[in-house]
Design a protein around this ligand. Sequence first.
Ligand code: ADP
Length: 254
Amino acid sequence: TEDKRLILKLEGITKSFGGNIAVKQLDMEVMQGEIHALIGPNGSGKTTTINIISGIHEPTEGKVIFNGTDITKLKIHQRAQLGISRTFQNLRIFPDMTVLENVLVGAHVNYKSGLKVIFDTKNVKDEEIRNIKKAYEVLEFLGLQDYADSIATELPYGIQKIVEVARAIMSDPYVVLLDEPAAGLTSEEIERLGNTILKLKEKGITVIIIEHHIDFVLNLADRVTVLDFGEKIFEGLPQDARHDQKVKEVYIGG
Ligand code: ADP
């Protein structure tokens, strides 16, 4: 892992909401192509960290460096265009839309070719056809092809979660942020989710995953960062995290 390239770096990130410090002086390094787990008890700052990476929050202090570029001041859509994509803790599946249509929503990150495209119907049509082809490819890649025409919200919860992953990779991101993807899933659904995440890794996509199912995520991850009260208490290999005294205290205490 030593020769792996750094893709994302947080430098001294602090985020306070009023007087409440959600994340404190956080340094974190994510290597290209790895599955990086972000764990810690409730309220330890995981979601805030993900929101700072995706651009929902601007940090109070510190820098976000992506592929060597300081993106701290960039807007959400600018970061998305650079290749940072995410899913949310709660499902954001559009009702009355098919799986294919839900996945197509993820293409619109790339749909910013400028106004002239709107006046050029041929370009719009070509782009739409490319996107639909791409959506079918993504569905097939994740084993969802049989569901393409199903109404997404009528499918089992675990499938809907994978539809969200499909949407997140429509834009060919470098990094995908998954916020508690296993929440509310059955054990079979969690297994399928794990396989899906491994597929993203095979494709070379870097995955940062927040998760409460500790065994699941430690088995999956290449490296792990552990937060407690907004501070990093561990960064390293999952097998080392399992034996780390501070990490154990946080989990046994919580
Ligand atoms: P986690 O994802 O680990 O459960 P969060 O990042 O959601 O933790 O929260 C960390 C801390 O920051 C908590 O004390 C939470 O109450 C606080 N916090 C998070 N978001 C906000 C917000 N928008 N406004 C005020 N406080 C917040």
